[in-house]
Write a protein that binds this ligand. Structure first.
Ligand code: INI
Length: 191
């Protein structure tokens, strides 16, 4: 048997989408910068006119999951990176927004089989958010690392899946003809 781990090299074929909440953009712009820095230093062309990274802006974190899911459904990307900043302040709005965003991002990944990276800061104060977006460290870097690792790992898993199909003759077409169509569509979605 084998060990599978994502790598951070040979990144030329990888494609990413960044979904960025404009709310608290003082923070989210800093997360984008660190993300770009990390991807670039790992050989990814981060130019929006290039072929490896697309940038999608939404009003706030609450809108991030629906867009992340739609992007993941295109199967154009190895990973979708969600960036936002939800800051507690004085209202209960925080609790609704932060919990829906976390659930929505998890659902987007689970429903599509595409890694959707949770890069939404949830903090009590703007000061804390800024500390995590550049003043002390910048978590944008870690989010990009997770995307690189997961993108590469999922490619490896897909390649062994394809090998198993050819080895066992379990192609989506053969599953369908054996009246196992539901598995065929599932395998197509993952592949
Ligand atoms: N959106 C955020 O990204 N961060 C916040 O801190 C925030 N707060 O506190 O309200 C926030 N609200 C906007 C929300 O994401 C939606 O854009 C809005 O409710 C429209 O659906």
């Amino acid at each position: 048997m084998a060990v599978f781990e994502g790598t951070f090299v040979q990144t030329e074929p990888l494609r990413f989408a960044l979904v960025i909440g404009r709310f608290n953009d003082l923070v989210t712009n800093k997360l984008v910068e660190a993300c770009q820095d990390c991807l670039k230093r790992h050989g990814v062309d981060v130019n929006p006119q290039g072929s490896q990274v697309d940038y999608v802006y939404v009003p706030g974190s609450f809108e991030v999951p629906v867009v992340a899911r739609q992007l993941a459904l295109t199967h154009r990307y190895d990973a979708v990176i969600c960036l936002g900043a939800v800051i507690k302040g004085q209202t209960p709005h925080f609790d609704y927004v932060s919990s829906e965003v976390a659930k929505g991002i998890a659902a987007a990944a689970f429903q599509t089989g595409v890694p959707v990276i949770f890069g939404v800061l949830t903090t009590d104060t703007m000061q804390q958010a800024l500390e995590r977006a550049g003043i002390k460290s910048n978590l944008g870097w870690e989010y990009a690392m997770s995307a690189l690792e997961m993108g590469s790992l999922m490619r490896q898993i897909r390649s062994i899946q394809t090998e198993s199909y050819s080895h066992n003759s379990l192609s989506p077409a053969s599953l369908k003809s054996a009246n196992l169509g539901e598995f065929a569509s599932e395998s197509k979605e993952i592949g």
